[in-house]
Ligand binder design. Structure first.
Ligand code: CP
Length: 310
């Protein structure tokens, strides 16, 4: 296998070949071992400066990237839209060009507009990693989700994954579908019909509105939260009814005659899509996903940094 990524930026899973995904996973295996050592730091990104530009809220992704960069010995600068000159009307290109004039090699960006990471990659002379662009893609979340399934089962090919909840507004759902399918998994989406986008069947994904049937079918269930911040109309009668139909409870899990792996990208709305005792149960790999996120992001940063002329 080649030791170079074929892409210059990580803007989405759609244009990321399967061999690049496997290279990221193999590199992440190495970094997972590194972050479990007593001395967790390696000099791989010494003299590389990374800017984390977050135009939208984040807890996990922001912390995970910053930790990954610091474990690789990069110089790190952080930017949040709140408290910046964005509120004074500065454009995305102007903000970023100002930051790049400070000689920044790599940009990790979360932005509310779909396509913002591609837009940036076509205009600035830095490596770009998309940390979530609106309801479009969240490639490192999909990579860490797929890596966590690979870790649990040894292989992703042939595994059956149900993605449940607000598929319509979820960047995680789209990136997960693309990444899991490239690695040979079968994917079903499940939720109220109003939260399933029509285009999803064109991706080769099956739709199941009966949650119990989806649970009986799958090996892994990936529970997504309702994205209230992206919903301007009502898509279901009430949260209580949503939870009754699509909330994962111990009772529902116990009715399935096999051990299911439960995933969630976070943040969890406990008691809505996931009961607290399920989130904290041995079925859940939610904190393994968080740990793997650091290793996968170290791998993506390291491999893209190999493409910077030094
Ligand atoms: N999973 C995820 O993207 O979480 P944050 O919004 O906290 O970064």
């Amino acid at each position: 296998m080649s030791s170079d990524l074929s892409v210059n930026h990580l803007t989405g899973i759609k244009d990321l070949p399967e061999r690049d995904i496997q290279l990221i996973f193999e590199t992440a295996d190495h970094f997972k071992e590194v972050i479990n050592r007593p001395i967790k730091k390696v000099p791989s990104l010494r003299d590389i400066t990374v800017a984390n530009l977050f135009f939208e809220n984040s807890t996990r992704t922001k912390l995970s990237f910053e930790l990954a960069e610091k474990r690789l010995s990069a110089d790190v600068v952080n930017f949040s839209a709140s408290g910046s000159s964005v509120s004074k009307g500065e454009s995305l290109t102007d903000t970023v060009n100002n930051i790049l004039a400070m000689k920044i090699d790599m940009v990790v960006m979360r932005h509310p507009s779909p396509g913002a990471a591609v837009f940036l990659s076509q205009r600035v002379n830095s490596r770009i990693i998309n940390a979530g662009d609106g309801a479009h893609e969240h490639p490192t979340q999909a990579l860490l989700d797929t890596y966590s399934i690979r870790e649990k089962f040894g292989d992703v090919a042939g595994k059956k994954i149900a993605i449940v909840g607000d598929i319509l507004h979820s960047r995680v759902a789209l990136s997960d579908i693309l990444c899991l399918q490239k690695c040979g998994a079968r994917v079903k989406v499940c939720g109220p019909q109003t939260l399933i986008p029509k285009f999803v069947t064109s991706l080769g994904v099956e739709v199941e509105t009966d949650f119990n049937k989806a649970l009986a079918w799958c090996d892994v269930v990936n529970m997504l939260r309702i994205q209230h911040e992206r919903q301007d109309i009502k898509y279901f009668p009430s949260l209580r009814e949503y939870t009754m139909q699509y909330g994962l409870t111990k009772e529902r899990l116990n009715n399935i005659a096999k051990p299911l792996v439960v995933m969630h990208p976070g943040p969890i709305n406990r008691g809505v899509e996931l009961a607290s005792d399920v989130a904290d149960s041995e079925n859940a790999v939610i904190l393994n996903q968080v740990e793997n996120g650091v290793a996968v992001r170290m791998a993506a940063l390291y491999l893209l940094a190999q493409k910077i002329a030094r």
